[in-house]
Design a protein around this ligand. Structure first.
Ligand SMILES: [Zn+2]
Length: 480
């Protein structure tokens, strides 16, 4: 569209508004820099303002052992204000070139507290609501010490896996690193012969690349927040299967440990079936799988459609099925956190609370641990934690007991208060209403009140989520 035509359209639109709504003035073009943060209370510099990403397309060429990489990130975005410049989040990436709509843009990198800001100034300002394309060519080395905490996990064979939550997607690629800006993704990961690349979403093919290398293509068709980025290159083997109603499953395990891990990853189908029945809501994506790494990572993380696990969780797998609890925890996140994503990190209890709660229910129903005992203990601990680390809905930082077991106790209290029937109904409504979108604590409270027609749940939940003291546990007056 040319500038003249755009003006004509704007004038026509202004006249139409005038006819409908009386006096109105066409707003003059007033380009200003987009904000360098998205306003997250816990991470003020995370993400950026002034645009909304529609699609990311990442080409990432990785050399194992040396950890060198060369990459191009293509971003399709839409302006949400008149923009003179805008920011992307990066950390320790060497920027080679930036283009906006195919034209060279000027750019600069500044270092902040938790990473860096790439400020892009296009040749001409961008009008509000206009779609634009950005291409960032960059390179780097995965062993470079980032400004913030690391997102790279190093495998002893020379491979890597990404553990980006909550703020480290920017150590792999330029992104709008806020939970608020979910987008569709494509990945084109290139590695030398003998190595296997994995990523979120559906594998759409492999291609030969120059230098005896292979490119693996993946596509994520449902919106995904950058914190859930899950890419890896390692000596790993893909194990494929099918879940309930034909869900495609694909798992990645170390290539020399397939016999050990195959029976473990094959438990996934049964776990999906149990959660679908318990939640009354179908698995939200078209594929799922677990990735168990050889070493270099010891935690567990709900990367969208491909949960990541360190090997330690499975070391007693020959004698105990206790490891299935953590598998159910990360699987629960695919509904709570990945499909329904908190608007800001302050609402992270909406991810971790349900994950702890349903994993405890899974253990309870299998007879391996009592839900009631777990909740009683957590209730006892939560009171002091509220004072030191903040209540579940107002944590002072991420990763604490308050947003995990403390949030699960809050859900348990809600269940005790309204009964299983209404609790199941409001959780199902939550997942359905906010599917593939963002929502926060206030939305959760609104939904609980709407579904139960019980306005007294508002002060009840506010007390549980925001109070400095534990409210009494319904049905258990003896709990202290
Ligand atoms: Zn979790």
């Amino acid at each position: 569209m040319t500038r003249t035509l755009r003006t004509a359209v704007a004038v026509a639109a202004a006249l139409a508004t005038l006819a409908l709504a009386g006096p109105a003035q066409a707003r003059p073009f007033d380009p200003r820099p987009g904000a360098d943060g998205a306003g997250d209370p816990l991470f003020p510099t995370l993400g950026n303002g002034g645009y909304d990403v529609q699609r990311y397309d990442l080409s990432f060429d990785f050399t194992p052992v040396t950890y060198d990489f060369h990459a191009v990130m293509k971003i399709k975005a839409k302006a949400t204000q008149d923009l003179s410049s805008f920011n992307l989040d990066i950390d320790s990436l060497a920027i080679d070139a930036v283009e906006v709509d195919g034209e060279k843009a000027t750019w600069s990198v500044t270092t902040g507290r938790s990473g860096q800001e790439l400020t892009v100034t296009p040749a001409a300002g961008l009008h509000d609501r206009r779609s634009f394309d950005v291409a960032v060519t960059y390179h780097g080395n995965g062993r470079t010490t980032p400004v913030g905490v690391p997102g790279w996990r190093y495998m002893s064979d020379g491979g890597f896996a990404s553990a980006a939550q909550s703020s480290r997607a920017d150590t792999f690629a330029p992104v709008n690193d806020t939970t608020m800006d979910k987008a569709r993704w494509s990945f084109h990961l290139t590695a030398p012969k003998g190595w296997t690349a994995a990523a979120n979403g559906t594998a759409t093919g492999t291609r030969k690349a120059p230098g005896n290398r292979t490119t693996w293509d993946f596509r994520v068709d449902d919106p995904m927040a950058s914190e859930l980025l899950g890419i890896s290159v390692d000596k790993q083997t893909k194990i494929e299967g099918r879940g309930p109603h034909g869900i495609k499953l694909r798992h990645y395990v170390p290539e020399d440990q397939v016999a050990t891990y195959k029976p473990i990853v094959e438990r996934t189908a049964g776990q999906i079936a149990w959660l679908e029945k318990t939640l009354g809501v179908r698995y939200p994506f078209d594929t799922y799988g677990v990735q168990i790494v050889r070493d270099g990572y010891s935690d567990a993380l709900e990367n969208q459609t491909l949960s990541l696990f360190g090997p330690g969780w499975f070391k007693d797998a020959a004698t105990s099925t206790g490891y299935t609890d953590v598998m159910v925890h990360e699987l629960t996140h695919q509904w709570f956190g990945d499909s329904v994503t908190p608007t800001t990190w302050r609402s992270a209890w909406l991810n971790e609370g349900p994950a702890v709660y349903y994993a405890a229910l899974w253990a309870d129903q299998r007879g391996t641990a009592s839900m009631e005992e777990k909740m009683r203990t957590a209730y006892g601990n939560l009171d002091a934690v509220r004072k030191s680390d903040g209540p579940p809905g107002r944590p002072t930082e991420l990763g604490g007991f308050n947003i995990y077991d403390g949030a699960a106790v809050t859900l348990y209290a809600l269940d005790q208060r309204v009964g299983d029937h209404d609790f199941d109904a409001l959780m199902k409504s939550w997942l359905t209403k906010h599917r593939h979108a963002n929502a926060d604590s206030e939305d959760f409270i609104d939904n609980a009140v709407t579904v139960t027609h019980d306005p007294s749940l508002r002060p009840f939940l506010e007390d549980w989520l925001y109070s400095e003291d534990n409210p009494p546990m319904p049905g258990h007056p003896d709990w202290k």
